[in-house]
Design a protein around this ligand. Structure first.
Ligand code: 13P
Length: 256
């Protein structure tokens, strides 16, 4: 898998009708298309995970959970465990999304625990990092990214870091229609790689996949991903529309 188109549906797709409609359009849009270079990963709300993963089984379509606890079972009312997510069809787990950090107090320490537990359950962690608007304005992007990586990946082995996915999602770009310039994204990619080389001794070949997320659509996908040298995208809003989302995957595949 060379490129990744990851869709984060967030807390959307409410009714069964909506759910079935989404799957119908997704299936139609995938018909007759083969993706050799690009894997598609969709992270629906947890309640739909089993249904989605049972209904669409295609070579390079995978499923992910948007968040999970670090424990596998126990007295954690309202939580979902990574073992459950795996059982219901997930192969990936988004961890430390900025909406979880800001709305639910998720810390780098919790992110770290979740990464360990994702691996333990054979889920590939997609760790989200990125600065908010104040941090950007005060020139703290590097500091924030460094800290999120060092604390989030604390005590992980080189081989585990190499197998995970890191998504650079500047908070100010999420849902705003604003994106950094291609060179800025590339700069952060280089920074992430430098941190991983220094801290874990990773060579370029051993680097994890690094994605860009924040207001990605099919019009800017080429710039924010391909031109910026990224390995894929983490898409929010546009992943609610299977036609646009599949178009993004085709752009990554360099088909359109
Ligand atoms: P938008 O694509 O809606 O900006 O959301 C990005 C995101 O948060 C993906 O995780």
């Amino acid at each position: 898998m060379n490129k990744l188109a990851v869709g984060n549906i967030k807390m959307n797709i409410i009714s069964k009708i909506e759910r079935d409609n989404y799957l119908k359009i997704l299936r139609d849009k995938l018909k007759g298309k083969t993706f050799e270079e690009t894997s598609i990963i969709i992270c629906p709300p947890a309640v739909h995970l089993e249904y989605f993963s049972e209904k669409i089984k295609k070579g390079n379509i995978f499923w992910g959970i948007q968040n999970a606890h670090w424990e596998n079972s126990g007295s954690y009312t309202g939580e979902i465990s990574p073992a459950m997510a795996k059982e219901m069809g997930a192969d990936f787990e988004i961890i430390g999304h900025s909406e979880r950090r800001s709305n639910f107090g998720e810390t780098n320490d919790m992110v770290n625990k979740k990464i360990f537990s994702a691996f333990k359950n054979n889920l590939i962690p997609i760790m989200c990092i990125g600065e908010n608007i104040d941090e950007r304005k005060s020139g703290e992007t590097k500091k924030v990214v460094l800290n999120q990586i060092l604390e989030g990946l604390k005590d992980l082995t080189k081989s585990k870091v190499s197998k995970m996915i890191i998504a650079y999602e500047p908070v100010w770009s999420i849902g705003t229609g604003e994106t950094p310039r291609g060179e800025e994204i590339m700069g952060v990619r280089i920074l992430i790689q430098k941190i991983l080389a220094d801290q874990f001794g990773l060579t370029i070949k051993q680097m994890p996949k690094i994605l860009y997320g924040g207001s990605v659509d099919y019009k800017n996908a080429r710039e924010v991903c391909l031109s910026a040298g990224m390995d894929g995208v983490l898409v929010g809003g546009e992943s609610l529309y299977p036609d646009s989302f599949i178009k993004i995957a085709e752009i990554l595949e360099d088909k359109i």
